[in-house]
Design a protein around this ligand. Structure first.
Ligand SMILES: [Zn+2]
Length: 1010
C-alpha cells in the first residue's frame, strides 16, 4: 500500500508520455555514422507518415486505423485510445485502463499479463548511471542486448517509478554477431512506447517485427529519485562527528530492480551486467564486481567508475552503493578479496572484524562442501544503518543492517553473537544457493531460503563445533517454531503459486525459510550426508549461472541415491511435503490385536491441526520416513527406518514386553509429530525420571514439544506434558530446558490473567529451583566472550535465570536488583553480558521510575548497537502504564527510536502482562500509520500483528479482533487470518481444557507413574 500510489509516480508517468515522436527514436548516438542513419530514417519516416495521413484522410477509411503519423501521437497512448473497460476485466486497478489500445494493433497486449511474454530475452545490460547525492536523484542510460525468441513487434520489460526519456531499438544482426551496418542491421523504427503501471511494465511497440534468432539492442534513458523508502535505489543516513552523512544503496529483491532501471525483472531472465557509476568524488561506489577502470572528469571533477562485467545472473542480485564508508579487508587462500565496509567509526573500533574473519572461513567451508569455487574475484560486506531485511545476499556485494554484522565483543551477549553469526552464514550460503543457482520463479523461493536457513546451522557448526547447532538448536528454533505455524488451517504449502508482482513479498515467510530448512534436513538424514552432498554438488554444477526448479533438485538427489543402488523416488516423496500444507502426527502403538504377536506395532498418520473441528474431514497423507527405536530402563535398540505411506500400517519390531517403550522420530530429524498410547507415554516419562540419558537430547526436547502441542490441540490429556516436565530437575542439558521454556511461555500467555495462575507459576518454579540454584549466576570474568566459554553451560544458565526471574523466584529478583543498584551507584556496568537483558528487564519491572529513567538515559548514550537494543527492550518491562505509553508514543513519533526497532517496542510491550491491553489498543489506534510505514514489508507486518494478538484469549478480545479485521484489516495479507485462528484456538483451549489443566495442577499424582 502507499507504495505505488504516491503522486510522484503518476507525475513521472505523465512526463514520460509527453515525449515527442522524433525524440523517441533518436538514441544518444555513439558514432557519426549511426547518427546519420538515424536522420535519414527520420526524414523518410516523416515523409511516409504525412503521405499516409493524406491518403487516410482522403479515402476516409472506416476500418481500424493504424496511426503512423508524426507529431505528438507517438508516446501518448495513455491519453489516446479507448478508456473503456474493454479487455480490462482481469485488471485489478484502474491505472491499467489508462493504456487503452487500438484493437487492431495490439490484440495480443502481452503487457496485460502479469508475467513477461518471453518473446525476447536479455543477454547483456550496459547500465550507466549518474548519481546526484545533493538532490537525491539519478539519471541513467541502459543499453540492453536482446535475443529474439519469437517474432514480435513488442518489447515488454519492467519499469516502475522511472521517468523514461528516450527509447530506441537497433538491430545488431544475427545471433552470430552480424554487424549492424550489414543488411538486416540498423535502427528499428519505434511506433510508440508507454508505461503500463498496473503490471509495472514498460512497452515498446515497433513498426516491424523482431525476427527470431536475431540480436537487437534496446536503449532507454531515464531519470528517477533516490527514495527514502527502503526499496529500489534508496538513501539512508547516519551521524559522524555530529554531522549527518548520507549513503545510497540498492535493495532489488524481489521486484525492485525495475525501480532503478528498465529491465526484465524476473529471476529467469539472467544476463550479464556492465555498470558504470558517475558521482561526486567525495563518495566511493561499490557494485557486485570490482572497479575495472576509474576516471575523473576535467569539467566537474566527478569520478566515473566502470565495474567489471558480472557473470550471468538475475536482475535482483545486481547491487550498487554510493557512500563514504571505510573498510577492512582480508584474503582467502584462493585469492578472493573480502572487504567489510561500514561507517568509519565502526571500522576503526574493529566492530566489523568478527564478520570479516568468519566470512573468510565460511567461503572455504562452502567451497569444500559444495565442491564449487566461489565465482567472483571479491566479496564486499556492506553494513548499512537502515535496511528492510536483516541482510541481502547480492552477489559479491552483500548488504547487512548494522545490528546483524557489527559486533562489539566486549558488551555483546552470546545470543547476539549467535544471531549475527547465523545471518552471515546464511548470506554466504546464498552466494551458491541463490546467486549462482537461482529458483526459476518465486513459488520455489524456499529452494534458496530453505537451503540458506538449513546451512545456517551446518555452517555455524563448522565455525563453532561446540555450539552443536544442527543437532540441537535447530530443533527448537526452526522445527518447533515452524510446526506451530504450519499446524494451523490457515497455513499454506511451501511451494505457493504467485503471479501478481504485489504478491511476491508474501512468499518470503517462515514457511519458506523454516519449513524449507526442516524438509531439507529431513531429506539429508534420509539420504545420509555423503549422498546428500553428492546430489547437491551435481545440482549446483548442472545449473550454475542458470535457474532451477524443485524437480531439478529432486532428480539430482534421486540420481545420487540410484548411484548407490538405493531406489527412492525423491520427487514423489517430496511432492507430498512441498505441495501439501501442514504435516502429519504419527501415532505409534504396540499392537493390541489377538492375532498378531506383540512384536508388531501399528502406525497411523493424520494431518496435525490445532483446531479440533477443522480436522474432521481431512484426507491429506504423506510418505513419512519414520525412525523407531524400542527400549527399556537399561537400554534402547538401534533406530529402524519405516516408510509410512498409508493411513494405518502394521510393522514388525523386535521382541517387546510390557515394560518396553517405543520412541519415534529419532533425534527429531523428521518434520512431523509423534503420539503414542497413554501407556507408552507413561513408560517414556518413567524413563526420563529414572535415567534420561538413554533417550537422546534431541528426542528429550522433541518429547517435550510434542507433548505440549498434542495436549494443546486436544490429542492428549493436559496432565501428560506437565507430568513429563516433572523430570526436568534431572535434566543437565540446555536443549530440553529450552524446549520446555518455550512451551511454558506459550502457556504463560494463556494463563497469566487467570485466577489460579499461581498454581501454574509455582509448578514451574518447583521444576526450575534445584537446577537454578545449582548452576548459580555467571561470574563476570575478563574473558566474557562466548568463543572461549562453553556455549551449552552458558545458555543453560541463562535459560534457568530467565525462567526463575520471569516466574517469580525471589532470590533471582534480589540478585537482579542488586546488579542494577550497583550499576547506578558505581556507574560501572558489572552485569555479565549474557544475562543483561534479563537483569535490565527484571530491574525495570521491580524497581521504581528512576531505574526506568536511568535505562532510558543509557539507551541514548550507548553507541553499541547490541546494547541499545536490549536497553530499549528493557524499557518495555515496566508495570507503569504511564511510562509504557510514553515509550510507545516516543517510538512512533520521534526519531529517538530507530525505525526498525519501533515494531519490537510494541511487541515487547505486548509481552509484558501489564502492557498487553495497552499494546493491543495502541496497535489498533495507530494501525493506519503503522500499516503505511511497514505494511509493504510483510515480514515486519506479520511479526507485528502476531506480536500484539497472540496473547488475546477471551471471547471479548476475540470479538475485538474480529471487529478490527472487518473495519481495518483489508489487504493486510495472511497475518490477520492467522492471528484470528490463533486467538480462536486460545479461546477454545480455555473453554475445553483449562479446567482439566488446573485440576491436574491442584492434585498432581504423587509418583511419575501417575
Ligand atoms: Zn536468505
Amino acid at each position: 500500500m502507499g507504495l505505488n500510489d504516491s503522486s510522484p509516480g503518476a507525475m513521472r508517468n505523465g512526463r514520460g508520455l509527453s515525449d515527442q515522436w522524433a525524440e523517441s527514436v533518436v538514441v544518444r548516438p555513439r558514432t557519426t555514422e549511426r547518427h546519420i542513419t538515424v536522420h535519414k530514417r527520420l526524414v523518410l519516416g516523416f515523409a511516409l507518415s504525412i503521405l499516409t495521413l493524406i491518403i487516410v484522410t482522403a479515402v476516409a477509411v472506416v476500418l481500424s486505423v493504424r496511426f503512423e503519423e508524426c507529431g505528438g501521437r507517438e508516446g501518448v497512448p495513455g491519453e489516446a485510445g479507448t478508456r473503456g473497460p474493454g479487455g480490462s476485466a482481469k485488471l485489478n486497478g484502474s491505472r491499467g485502463e489508462r493504456t487503452g489500445e487500438r484493437g487492431d494493433e495490439e490484440g495480443a497486449q502481452p503487457w496485460r499479463s502479469s508475467r513477461l511474454p518471453g518473446s525476447v530475452r536479455p543477454r547483456h545490460y550496459d547500465l550507466r548511471l549518474a548519481v546526484y547525492m545533493d538532490n537525491f536523484t539519478f539519471s541513467g542510460e541502459v543499453s540492453i542486448e536482446l535475443e529474439c525468441i519469437n517474432a514480435t513487434r513488442f518489447i515488454v520489460l519492467h519499469a516502475d517509478r522511472l521517468e523514461v526519456d528516450r527509447v530506441s531499438v537497433t538491430a545488431e544482426g544475427g545471433a552470430s554477431g552480424r554487424p549492424a551496418n550489414r543488411p538486416g542491421g540498423g535502427v528499428m523504427r519505434v511506433h510508440r512506447h508507454f508505461p503500463y503501471p498496473a503490471n509495472q511494465m514498460y512497452v515498446v511497440v515497433l513498426h516491424r517485427e523482431l525476427k527470431p534468432m536475431r540480436v537487437y539492442r534496446l536503449n532507454v534513458s531515464f531519470d528517477a529519485a533516490i527514495e527514502d523508502e527502503l526499496l529500489g535505489f534508496f538513501r539512508s543516513s547516519y551521524t559522524l562527528q555530529r554531522e549527518r552523512r548520507y549513503l545510497a544503496v540498492t535493495q532489488f529483491s524481489p521486484i525492485h530492480a525495475r525501480k532503478a532501471f528498465p529491465c526484465f525483472d524476473e529471476p529467469v531472465y539472467k544476463a550479464t551486467f556492465s555498470l558504470t557509476l558517475r558521482h561526486d568524488p567525495q563518495y566511493t561506489s561499490l557494485s557486485n564486481m570490482p572497479v575495472e577502470s576509474s576516471s575523473l572528469s576535467d569539467e566537474d571533477g566527478w569520478v566515473t567508475n566502470h565495474f567489471a562485467r558480472t557473470p550471468r545472473m538475475s536482475t535482483y542480485y545486481l547491487a550498487w552503493a554510493v557512500c563514504n564508508f571505510t573498510y577492512r579487508e582480508t584474503q582467502t587462500d584462493g585469492g578472493v578479496t573480502i572487504r567489510l565496509y561500514a561507517r568509519p567509526d565502526a571500522i576503526s573500533s574493529g566492530a566489523g572484524d568478527y564478520a570479516l574473519h568468519i566470512t573468510k572461513r565460511l567461503l572455504g567451508f562452502y567451497e569444500d562442501y559444495f565442491k564449487v569455487q566461489y565465482s567472483l574475484p571479491k566479496l564486499d560486506l556492506l553494513a548499512v544503518p537502515k535496511h528492510p531485511y536483516a541482510a541481502m545476499e547480492n552477489w559479491g556485494l552483500s548488504v547487512f543492517v548494522e545490528q546483524k554484522i557489527l559486533l562489539d565483543a566486549e558488551v555483546s551477549s552470546s545470543s547476539y553473537q549467535m544471531e549475527l553469526t547465523m545471518v552471515v552464514v546464511h548470506e554466504i550460503c546464498h552466494q551458491w544457493f541463490g546467486d549462482l543457482v537461482t529458483p526459476v520463479w518465486w513459488e520455489d523461493v524456499w529452494l534458496k531460503e530453505g537451503f540458506a536457513h538449513f546451512f545456517e546451522y551446518v555452517g555455524t557448526d563448522f565455525l563453532f563445533p561446540k555450539w552443536n547447532m544442527e543437532k540441537q538448536r535447530f530443533l527448537t528454533d526452526v522445527l518447533h517454531e515452524v510446526m506451530l505455524l504450519d499446524g494451523l488451517s490457515s497455513s499454506h504449502p511451501i511451494s505457493q503459486e504467485v503471479e501478481q508482482a504485489t504478491d511476491i513479498d508474501r512468499v518470503f515467510d517462515w514457511i519458506a525459510y523454516k519449513k524449507g530448512a526442516a524438509l531439507i534436513r529431513m531429506l539429508a538424514n534420509v539420504m545420509g550426508q555423503p549422498l546428500f552432498q553428492k546430489g547437491l554438488n551435481d545440482y549446483l554444477l548442472s545449473h550454475m549461472y542458470s535457474n532451477a526448479a524443485r524437480d531439478d533438485l529432486w532428480s539430482k538427489l534421486s540420481q545420487a541415491m540410484h548411484s548407490e543402488g538405493r531406489d527412492i523416488n525423491i520427487g514423489e516423496m517430496m511432492d507430498r511435503w512441498t505441495l501439501q500444507m501442514g504435516y502429519p502426527v504419527v501415532t505409534i502403538s504396540k499392537n493390541q490385536s489377538e492375532q498378531l504377536p506383540t512384536h508388531y506395532i501399528t502406525v497411523s498418520q493424520e494431518h496435525f491441526l490445532y483446531g479440533e473441528e477443522v480436522r474432521k474431514n481431512n484426507s491429506l497423507q504423506w510418505q513419512v520416513p519414520l525412525t523407531v527405536a524400542a527400549g527399556n530402563a537399561s537400554a534402547a535398540s538401534l533406530a529402524r527406518l519405516l516408510w509410512i505411506n498409508n493411513r494405518t500400517e502394521t510393522h514388525m519390531m523386535g521382541p517387546m514386553d510390557d515394560n518396553t517403550w517405543l520412541l519415534g522420530n529419532i533425534n527429531q530429524t523428521g518434520y512431523f509429530r509423534v503420539n503414542y498410547d497413554l501407556q507408552n507415554w507413561k513408560l517414556l516419562i518413567q524413563q526420563l525420571h529414572s535415567n534420561p540419558q538413554i533417550i537422546s537430547v534431541g528426542n528429550r526436547a522433541g518429547l517435550i514439544d510434542d507433548a505440549f502441542n498434542l495436549a494443546r490441540a486436544g490429542y492428549l490429556p493436559q496432565g501428560v506434558p506437565l507430568q513429563l516436565i516433572g523430570y526436568l530437575p534431572e535434566e543437565m542439558s540446555f536443549l530440553p530446558w529450552h524446549a520446555a521454556s518455550r512451551a511454558l511461555y506459550q502457556l504463560d500467555k494463556l494463563l497469566d490473567r487467570t485466577d489460579e495462575y499461581r498454581l501454574f507459576s509455582d509448578y514451574v518454579l518447583k521444576q526450575v529451583a534445584s537446577r537454578y540454584h545449582q548452576m548459580g549466576w555467571p561470574t563476570n570474568g575478563p574473558e566474557g566472550s562466548v568463543l572461549q566459554a562453553s556455549y551449552q553451560t552458558e545458555e543453560l544458565q541463562r535459560e534457568l535465570i530467565m525462567l526463575a526471574c520471569s516466574f517469580g523466584n525471589k532470590q533471582c529478583h534480589r540478585q537482579a536488583v542488586a546488579y542494577i543498584s550497583d550499576w547506578i551507584s558505581s556507574n560501572k556496568n558489572r552485569i555479565p553480558p549474557n544475562i543483561r537483558d534479563i537483569v535490565y528487564c527484571t530491574g525495570v519491572s521491580l524497581m521504581d521510575e528512576d531505574v526506568w529513567e536511568f535505562i532510558w538515559m543509557k539507551f541514548h548514550s550507548s553507541n553499541a548497537v547490541s546494547q541499545k537494543k536490549i536497553l530499549l527492550e528493557a524499557l518495555t518491562c515496566s508495570d507503569n502504564a504511564f511510562l509504557l505509553n510514553r515509550l510507545l508514543n516516543l517510538s512512533l513519533t520521534s526519531d529517538l527510536v530507530p525505525e526498525q526497532d519501533v515494531i519490537d517496542v510494541i511487541i515487547h510491550v505486548g509481552r509484558n502482562p501489564q502492557g498487553r491491553n495497552l499494546a493491543w489498543k495502541y496497535f489498533r489506534e495507530k494501525w493506519d500509520i503503522l500499516n503505511s510505514r511497514y505494511g509493504e514489508a510483510l515480514f515486519m507486518n506479520s511479526k507485528l500483528i502476531s506480536g500484539v494478538t497472540e496473547f488475546l484469549n477471551t471471547e471479548k478480545e476475540l470479538n475485538e479482533l474480529k471487529e478490527f479485521i472487518q473495519s481495518s484489516g483489508v489487504g493486510a495479507g495472511p497475518a490477520l487470518p492467522r492471528a484470528l485462528e490463533i486467538v480462536e484456538g486460545n479461546v477454545r483451549w480455555h473453554r475445553l481444557h483449562r479446567r482439566q489443566f488446573y485440576q491436574w495442577l491442584r492434585k498432581p499424582p504423587s509418583s511419575a507413574l501417575g
